[in-house]
Design a protein around this ligand. Structure first.
Ligand code: IPE
Ligand code: IPE
Ligand code: MG
Length: 250
C-alpha cells in the first residue's frame, strides 16, 4: 500500500518521506458543527460523521506506522454546550468504545484515555477500564483519546500528585525536573508530539497539550474534520517534513 504511494510522485503521498514519519501526531478534532451547519443539519450530525473520520484516520495512522496518535475529542470547556450535543458526543464515545473492545486486539491498537474521567457515566467508565485492561496486553500503535481533557487541568492534576508525593516523603520539591514533571502528566511515557494538526481553520491550542507541545510543529487546515481525508493527513506530514526545527538554535 505504502509502496504504491511512493511511485506517484505528483500526489501528496509522493511528497511524504515514509522513512522519516513523525512518531507522534496529535489532532484537534474540530469543525464538526460547521460541517453540519453548512448542510442544514443539526450539529450532532457533524459529530457522527466526525466519529467515522476518526476511525478512518486512526486506522490509516496505524497502517503507515505512526507509533502514537493523540486526539482531542472533548475538552473541559465543552461541557458548556447544549445538553443534547454533549449527550450525543457521549453516546458516540460509548459506541466507539464498544467497537474498540471487539477489535483492538485484532488490530493491535492500544487505547489510552487522557483527562478526568470522574464525571463520565459509570457505564462509560467501565468501558474505559475494559479498553485499558485490553491495552495492557498489546504492543501496537498507542491511540490516546482526550476526554474531559484540558492542558491546564492536567498540569494542576500533576502538581497535586507531586505535592502529595512530597508530603508522604517520596520526593522533595528540589527533585523536580522537566522530565519528572512529564511523568506526572496523563501522557506519561509518551514522547511529545512532533506534529499537531488542527482541522477547522482555527489557529489556537484551545487548552490542548500545553506542556507537551512546547516544540511541536503546528499545522492548521481549513478542511473541517468530517471532510478530513488520508490525503489531508499526508499533506500535513509533508508540510511538517519541510519545516526546519531549530529548537532555539541556529
Ligand atoms: C469538534 O467540533 C468536536 C468537539 C469539540 C467535541 P466542533 O463541535 O467544535 O465544531 P465547530 O468548531 O463548531 O465547527
Ligand atoms: C477544541 O475545539 C476541543 C476539541 C476539539 C475537543 P473547540 O471547538 O472546543 O475549540 P474552540 O472553542 O474553537 O477554541
Ligand atoms: Mg469547534
Amino acid at each position: 500500500m505504502i509502496f504504491s504511494f511512493r511511485k506517484k510522485k505528483t500526489d501528496t503521498a509522493g511528497q511524504v518521506d515514509f522513512s522519516r514519519l513523525p512518531r507522534h501526531i496529535a489532532i484537534i478534532l474540530d469543525g464538526n458543527g460547521r460541517w453540519a451547519r453548512r448542510r442544514g443539519l443539526p450539529r450532532t450530525a457533524g459529530h457522527k460523521v466526525g466519529a467515522e473520520t476518526f476511525r478512518t484516520i486512526a486506522t490509516y495512522c496505524r497502517d503507515i506506522g505512526i507509533e502514537y496518535l493523540t486526539v482531542y475529542a472533548f475538552s473541559t470547556e465543552n461541557w458548556k454546550r447544549p445538553r443534547e450535543e454533549v449527550e450525543t458526543i457521549m453516546s458516540l464515545l460509548k459506541k466507539y468504545l464498544l467497537e474498540a473492545i471487539d477489535t483492538m486486539e485484532r488490530d493491535n491498537v492500544r487505547l489510552r484515555f487522557m483527562g478526568d474521567m470522574s464525571p463520565l457515566s459509570d457505564e462509560l467508565k467501565g468501558l474505559v477500564d475494559q479498553c485499558n485492561a485490553i491495552s495492557q496486553r498489546l504492543t501496537g500503535c498507542l491511540c490516546s483519546i482526550c476526554i474531559n481533557y484540558g492542558g491546564r487541568a492536567e498540569l494542576v492534576h500533576a502538581a497535586r500528585q507531586f505535592a502529595e508525593d512530597c508530603r508522604v516523603g517520596l520526593v522533595k520539591p528540589s527533585d523536580l525536573t522537566e522530565e519528572m514533571l512529564s511523568g506526572y502528566l496523563y501522557s506519561e511515557g509518551i514522547p511529545d508530539p512532533e506534529l499537531l494538526i488542527r482541522p477547522g481553520g482555527e489557529q489556537r491550542l484551545s487548552n490542548f497539550l500545553l506542556w507537551q507541545c512546547a516544540y511541536t510543529e503546528f499545522y492548521s487546515t481549513d478542511v473541517l474534520w468530517p471532510d478530513f481525508k488520508k490525503e489531508n493527513l499526508l499533506e500535513a506530514i509533508a508540510a511538517y517534513q519541510r519545516r526546519d526545527r531549530r529548537y532555539g538554535g541556529v
